[in-house]
Structure formats: C-alpha cells, structure tokens
Write a protein that binds this ligand. Structure first.
Ligand SMILES: [Ca+2]
Ligand SMILES: [Ca+2]
Ligand SMILES: [Ca+2]
Ligand SMILES: [Ca+2]
Length: 256
C-alpha cells in the first residue's frame, strides 16, 4: 500500500488545568506496528509515544483508586496521530496510585477515529495497562486487530507546574505562564539561546550583557519579572555550553 496520507495532527486541546488536579505523563515506545496501518498513520517502530492523564486531586491523592469520572483531561500522541477529549471517548478507567501519588496499577480504555484518507474515518480503540506498563491500539478496520503496541511508563508530572510534558515548553522548570517571548516553542525560563542556534554559548552571554538592566518583555528576561538582571544571568549560567529546553512542544530545536 503506497498511499500515504497526511493524517490530522490534532492539537491536543486540553482543558484548562486547575491547581486542584494531578497530572501524570506517559513515556513509551512503539514496539510493534502493523505495516499497513502504521503506514497510513505515519507511525514507525522505535518512535516514542507520549501522553498524559489529569485527574481531580480529591480522587487521585496518594493511595487512592479513581475512575473515568475523575479524569478531567488526557491526551495520547504518537508522531502523526494525537487523540484527546475533543476527538475520542474515554470508555473506562480504574486507576490506583501508590503512597507517593504515582500511578501504580489499573487500566484505561479510549475509542476514537483517525482520518484514513481514501478509507475515510477509521475507528480505533486504545487500551492502557498501567500495572503492566503497556499500551495497545486496535481497530476492526480490515480485521486488522492490534495495529500498534509497546511499553509505556507513567510518571507524576515532573516540574509541578500542572502542565503535562507534551504541553509544557520547559518540562524541567515550573513555568505555568509558559512565557515564550521569541515564540520558538521553548519557554523563556529555559531559553537563554537568544541567537537560536540551539546552543547556549558566548554569543548568548553577549546578548544578555547588552540588555543588562533593561526593562521590558525581552527575550533576555528569562524569569519574567520585567527586567534583565542578575537572576536572569543566574538562569543563563545553568545552561552555559548546553542546549536550551527541554521543551515538550514543537520547537525550533526539534531534531537537533
Ligand atoms: Ca514547565
Ligand atoms: Ca523561546
Ligand atoms: Ca545560542
Ligand atoms: Ca528577569
């Protein structure tokens, strides 16, 4: 099958994250993929799969079991395919956290559709097993059955700003405002790469010196307090001779 269609890269239109919610990130890999289905979907073996679940704090605290009704948002994406609440249905979920609030066991099931080009919309079922650390995508289309599967681990969202990794432009810094002055997909808090060569080096240091004590919404105001000053230099130092980021959203240094 040579037909390759640009499937909808559906933006994960997450619901507004509130402070009374817990988010877990999925980090997985495509381990097995039906050649026809994965050609259609643009998925390749060995590529990452990512996602998140956000649930009500009241239900999802340490050592609790919660269900679909407690899940306020979710998203799963593997290269060209992305599903979220806007384009899928959360069929069932029973999930349990451990004493640290990490997802420990349970399962979750979604149904959704992807654009199969000349084949029209294709029904998909996604199942996730947290305890077994696996995920599976199945379809009845052409009797294919399991089209892709692999390992997947869940982690409490790392930097505590409430944004899932795939929605967060600085995945290792709490930056709820997501300020990104140069609009390159990397938040100011982790972007002292002012010349956008994807490396923080002497030229970037020269830029921050040039702007020192200037106020305004400048790229060099990394912490967003309205002035380029010592705290911004402190942040830049941590990145010296390293890469900016990491950012979980599409950004200028993707593929570098
Ligand atoms: Ca962040
Ligand atoms: Ca930026
Ligand atoms: Ca640079
Ligand atoms: Ca500043």
């Amino acid at each position: 099958m040579k037909h390759r269609t640009a499937l909808l890269v559906l933006v994960l239109c997450g619901f507004a994250t509130t402070t009374h919610a817990t988010t877990w990130d999925l980090e997985g890999v495509v381990d097995q993929c039906d050649p026809l289905a994965c050609d259609l979907a643009g998925i390749t073996v060995g590529e990452p799969i990512a996602g998140y679940i956000t649930a009500d704090d009241a239900a999802s605290g340490p050592g609790s079991t919660f269900g679909a009704a407690d899940i306020t948002d979710y998203g799963i994406q593997a290269q060209g395919v992305a599903v979220g609440p806007a384009d899928s249905t959360l069929v069932s979920a029973t999930l349990t956290t451990d004493g640290n609030g990490e997802l420990e066991s349970g399962t979750m099931a979604l149904t959704g559709q992807i654009d199969g080009g000349i084949f029209g919309l294709i029904d998909l079922a996604v199942s996730i097993d947290v305890g077994k650390e696996t995920w599976t995508i199945e379809t009845d289309f052409l009797g294919l059955g399991v089209v892709a599967s692999g390992p997947g681990n869940w982690f409490l969202e790392a930097d505590g700003d409430g944004l899932a990794a795939i929605q967060d432009n600085c995945t290792e810094v709490a930056n709820p405002a997501q300020r990104d002055t140069d609009i390159d997909g990397i938040g100011n808090f982790c972007d002292p790469d002012f010349d956008q060569n994807c490396s923080v080096d002497f030229l970037d240091v020269a830029t921050i010196k040039q702007n020192f004590l200037l106020s305004g919404d400048l790229v060099t105001d990394l912490d967003g307090d309205g002035i380029t000053s010592f705290p911004d230099v402190g942040i830049a130092k941590q990145f010296f001779l390293a890469d900016p980021g990491p950012s979980g959203v599409p950004n200028i240094c993707d593929g570098n």
